[in-house]
Design a protein around this ligand. Sequence first.
Ligand SMILES: Cc1cc2nc3c(=O)[nH]c(=O)nc-3n(C[C@H](O)[C@H](O)[C@H](O)COP(=O)(O)OP(=O)(O)OC[C@H]3O[C@@H](n4cnc5c(N)ncnc54)[C@H](O)[C@@H]3O)c2cc1C
Length: 378
Amino acid sequence: MKIVIVGGGIAGLAAMQSLVKAGYQVNLIEKSPHLRAQGAGLMLGINAMKVLESLRLSDEVINSGQSLAAINIVDAAGVLIGKSDNAWMEVKTGYKTIGIDRGALHNLLSKGLVPGDIRLNATISSLVQRSKKVIITVNDGKNEEYDLLIAADGVHSSTRLLTGDTSQLRHSGYTCWRFVVDKPSLMESGQSYEYWGRGKRFGLVPIGGNRLYCFATVNASVANCHYKNIDVDEFKALFSGFDGTVTNLLKGLSDDVRLIHDDLNDQIALCMQQGRVVFLGDAAHAATPNMGQGAAMALEDAAVLSECLAVEKSIDDAVLAYERRRAPRVKTIRNRSYMIGKIAQWESPLACRLRNALLRMMPPNVLSKDLCDLLLKY
Ligand SMILES: Cc1cc2nc3c(=O)[nH]c(=O)nc-3n(C[C@H](O)[C@H](O)[C@H](O)COP(=O)(O)OP(=O)(O)OC[C@H]3O[C@@H](n4cnc5c(N)ncnc54)[C@H](O)[C@@H]3O)c2cc1C
């Protein structure tokens, strides 16, 4: 069976790792000149670590990143509202939650892959399905024929368009910046914090090597282009008003820090397969990042597709089985992430006080238990 993967992000590389280990012949086409991650840091939940263990990469991920004992949700003044007790989850499941640099994860996911099977600076300009084959035209003008095409080309997937899918993205109602700083003294290692202000959030995630991955969100309409190009001073002013840890971090932020800006969207209509074209990761089901589950879903997709190809009688059965297994799961995560984002971005002082009070009243471990049950259910 000849397989081609379009997109060398987390989904594409994980699929290639899994399928190559299973003995398939796989080519990968990546439009960038290098296999390098976009973005700053990442949180990998217990389900992501379970897949990485099956790829025999979990030990290296743990060594490259930072084990996170807890994710603390605090108010703007730093007072605890709720907590995901990852140490408790680890005792229960055997899997850690890890903060990691995206580049480090990418390097590990690329490990052992044969460079000759990966084409960089490449993309596809057309795609036709005929007699159970997928015929693609690569941007060098060559036509190639495959039994299965795996589309893993991210939230703005052009493969989705080539198959005729016209589903729209839904804007979250807020916009986001990410960056990484060297600030060992600011934080206890192993503790991640997410500050919930009014219509704004600020997150701090240790990612190992004494580095801290930071993210910040603010309510903004889809039409608001102003935030795309704000400078560091305006960024600092926008997020003043959080407790001392954030204030000190912002004070020390140098003018040349690389702020990565993204509007956050999700995909209402899933696009899991179109015949012999199967979609993985954000290309299939982009979600807002409020649960830190996008990479985990991409990793799970890769693992499930590989399992389906191994156990089903035909490629067509495998593709349908993949869709059956993945669609309900990714919908649940997408919907829950969207709802958490909406509530976390509330602006009204009264609504925020009520939300925080209700969350504080929850018995310890209710959140962790619920999350643990959900994450390992795939
Ligand atoms: C602000 C933010 C924070 C996040 N935080 C987390 C987190 O903490 N934990 C978590 O699990 N997830 C998180 N996510 C989500 C996570 O980043 C994504 O879900 C994940 O990267 C999806 O991987 P992917 O491989 O599907 O897509 P991508 O990572 O987007 O990779 C797509 C790849 O395809 C390539 N490509 C694109 N078009 C073409 C083409 N036409 N031809 C060839 N190649 C192409 C791209 O260059 C890229 O290499 C976050 C997302 C955002 C925006």
